[in-house]
Design a protein around this ligand. Structure first.
Ligand SMILES: NC(=O)c1ccc[n+]([C@@H]2O[C@H](COP(=O)([O-])OP(=O)(O)OC[C@H]3O[C@@H](n4cnc5c(N)ncnc54)[C@H](OP(=O)(O)O)[C@@H]3O)[C@@H](O)[C@H]2O)c1
Length: 211
């Protein structure tokens, strides 16, 4: 597939690495396509760097790997994205009562806000639940890690499930986009364990069943 990844930070780099390894063609949507600092990533993945508008043009899937605050402006540049698969990897993080937390929750979610910004797109919230390192390579884990996804379009979730499997995850459908209300605090739990409880970044959640 042709995959546009918007953002070349921790998550954008990890997804480009994992999906290129699985044989996908990667376009990186970036504000700085000519930046020499991108050269190692482009060389390692065969990706091309370009403006976000060019990256999404004709792409089979678009992954949002941007800071939460940058999402509205970047999506506004991209138009309606009608019928397009938009994989929302963001978490609506910010300072809440003096510590890192979710700016939105309980009766709304970042996933729903992204869907509201591009109502005709097929938004799937996922890849927000573990650290970027686990997206780039989780082969050393003793169990296949789970990755929930939330979205309103079953076809978009089926395509996303394949892309999650390509990254080594066990994809699990959480339900409609409103279940992003559950997935974002779940991601926050990973962050809390990794950064505040000393568990580090080399782990992921697994869904383990008897059959
Ligand atoms: N880091 C993790 O382990 C992790 C895990 C799960 C989910 N997430 C979520 O994934 C998202 C990305 O996280 P990250 O750690 O990859 O962030 P990051 O390392 O800061 O990278 C974000 C990228 O977005 C682009 N960007 C930044 N500001 C922008 C702006 N104002 N307008 C347009 N583009 C901008 C930049 O790429 P260019 O300079 O190339 O444009 C930047 O490299 C966040 O919402 C985060 O909460 C992160």
């Amino acid at each position: 597939m042709d995959i546009a990844i918007l953002g070349t930070g921790n998550v954008g780099t990890a997804l480009a690495t994992g999906w290129a390894r699985a044989g996908h063609r990667i376009r990186l949507g970036t504000r700085r396509p000519a930046d020499p600092a991108l050269a190692p990533l482009l060389a390692a993945t065969g990706a091309q760097a370009m403006a976000a508008t060019a990256a999404v043009d004709g792409a089979d899937a678009i992954a949002l790997a941007l800071p939460w605050a940058a999402v509205p402006a970047v999506l506004a540049e991209l138009g309606e994205l009608a019928g397009r698969l938009l994989i929302d990897c963001t978490n609506p993080l910010g300072m809440v009562n003096g510590q890192l937390g979710l700016l939105i929750g309980h009766d709304d979610s970042g996933g729903e806000e992204v869907q509201a910004l591009v109502p005709a797109a097929h938004v799937v919230k996922t890849l927000n639940q573990v650290g970027a390192e686990m997206m780039a390579d989780n082969a050393a884990l003793p169990h296949r890690p789970v990755m929930f996804m939330a979205g309103n379009d079953d076809g978009a979730k089926a395509v996303t499930a394949g892309l999650l499997a390509d990254l080594g995850f066990d994809p699990l459908d959480a339900g409609p986009i409103s279940t992003a209300r559950l997935l974002e605090p779940f991601g926050m739990m990973w962050i809390h364990q990794a950064l505040l409880r000393g568990k580090g970044r080399d782990w992921a959640f697994a869904a383990v069943a008897s059959a």
